[in-house]
Ligand binder design. Structure first.
Ligand code: PLP
Length: 359
């Protein structure tokens, strides 16, 4: 049995894959696959409507928010956000908490004069995030952008924003659907699908209705939230297979008990892994406890000469994709919704056995 700890594209629930396999060549008795039918057919429109309804139910999305199923990945949103939201402003605040929020800032520089606000600091040799009340926001910014979970750094900002009238935009690519979420705290939420939603190729945008209609004239229509909303995310041909699979994932999540239940499970998985890391000097994680990610857990071996052996033996043991991001090195275990507790237990058993052999 294999457990895939990839940070994305990531593991999908086994039940979802099995259903997709069964339906692949003959979907809904049509004698064809879902990816071969028109996105405007009544059968596919049912996928569209059901998936949005299920997602709205899961996240309890208020009525005054549009849900957009887009192309382009989260990186397309790094450009779409400023071009949709700036209006007459030239300034936007970008909270720098790690690699991805910094990348969003870099892209925004093409469209406006973003101000970068570094919120990381060192506490007792560990990397931590300043509380939101200490974030020095500008008075003239169109919005504040941040990333609640830095997939590469393994840093999380769990505090919920409360900045009055200010529009808050958040890149939820690696934590969407991993826990319940108060959508009304945000102006725009976006997420690439390939971690917790479905296959790569689909991007989710949840945008408050009153923010539509301010797009720059230079914005390509395919990134314009108003155009996408007006066309029910069908301004051009959507990534239909990814959309269909995401719809199956939403149904699977509902069957599991919804996002509160997923939150509990994800908390239990992360606690087990961090406990194992903390209980020996053999493994190290350098993020302050209050800012540790529950879904992306980077760790190193105290003796880094053993890392190649750890990766080789873990792969042989059926524990896949544990190599850390090239910028950070070491190991990283991503524990999205589809990873069962059994997978984390198997990893932890392997880690303890590795200490017994080489510690
Ligand atoms: N933002 C975050 C938090 C991510 O983890 C990633 C990818 O891993 C991205 C943005 C970029 O996503 P995409 O490859 O869909 O553009």
């Amino acid at each position: 049995k294999v457990f895939n700890f990839s940070s994305g594209p990531a593991m999908l629930p086994a039940e979802v894959l099995s259903q997709a396999q069964q339906e692949l060549c003959n979907w809904h008795g049509l004698g064809t696959s879902v990816m071969e039918i028109s996105h405007r057919s009544k059968e596919f429109l049912e996928v569209v409507q059901t998936s949005e309804r299920d997602l709205r139910e899961l996240l309890n999305i208020p009525k005054n928010y549009k849900v957009l199923f887009c192309h382009g990945g989260a990186r397309a949103q790094f450009a779409a956000v400023p071009m949709n939201l700036l209006g007459n402003h030239v300034r936007a605040d970008y909270i720098d908490g790690g690699y991805w929020s910094h990348s969003a800032f870099t892209e925004a520089q093409k469209y406006c004069n973003p101000r970068i606000i570094n919120v990381t600091y060192e506490r007792d040799g560990l990397l931590a995030i300043k509380p939101m009340c200490e974030w020095a926001l500008s008075s003239d910014s169109a919005y504040v952008h941040y990333c609640p979970n830095e997939t590469i750094d393994g840093l999380a900002i769990d505090e919920l924003p409360d900045f009055g009238e200010r529009i808050v935009v958040a890149d939820f690519s690696s934590t969407i659907l991993s826990n319940s979420l108060e959508v009304s705290r945000f102006g725009v939420i976006y997420a690439g699908a390939q971690k917790n939603i479905g296959p790569a190729g689909l991007t989710l945008v949840i945008v408050r209705e009153d923010l539509l209609g301010n797009a720059s004239k230079a914005l390509p229509s395919i990134l314009d939230y108003s155009v996408l909303a007006k066309n029910d995310s069908m301004f051009n041909t959507p990534p239909t297979f990814a959309w269909y699979l995401s719809g199956l994932v939403f149904k699977w999540l509902k069957k599991q008990g919804g996002l509160e239940e997923m939150g509990k499970r994800n908390q239990a998985k992360a606690a087990l892994l961090y406990r194992t890391i903390d209980e020996s000097d053999f493994y190290q994680n350098t993020i302050a406890t209050s800012n540790r990610s529950r879904v992306n857990v980077p760790f190193k071996l105290e003796n880094n000469k053993l890392e190649a052996l750890f990766l080789q033996q873990s792969q042989t043991a059926g524990l896949y994709a544990l190599k850390g991001h090239r910028l950070v090195g070491g190991m990283r275990a991503s524990l999205y919704n589809a990873m069962p507790l059994e997978g984390v237990q198997t990893l932890v058993d392997f880690m303890l056995e590795f200490i017994r052999c080489y510690g």
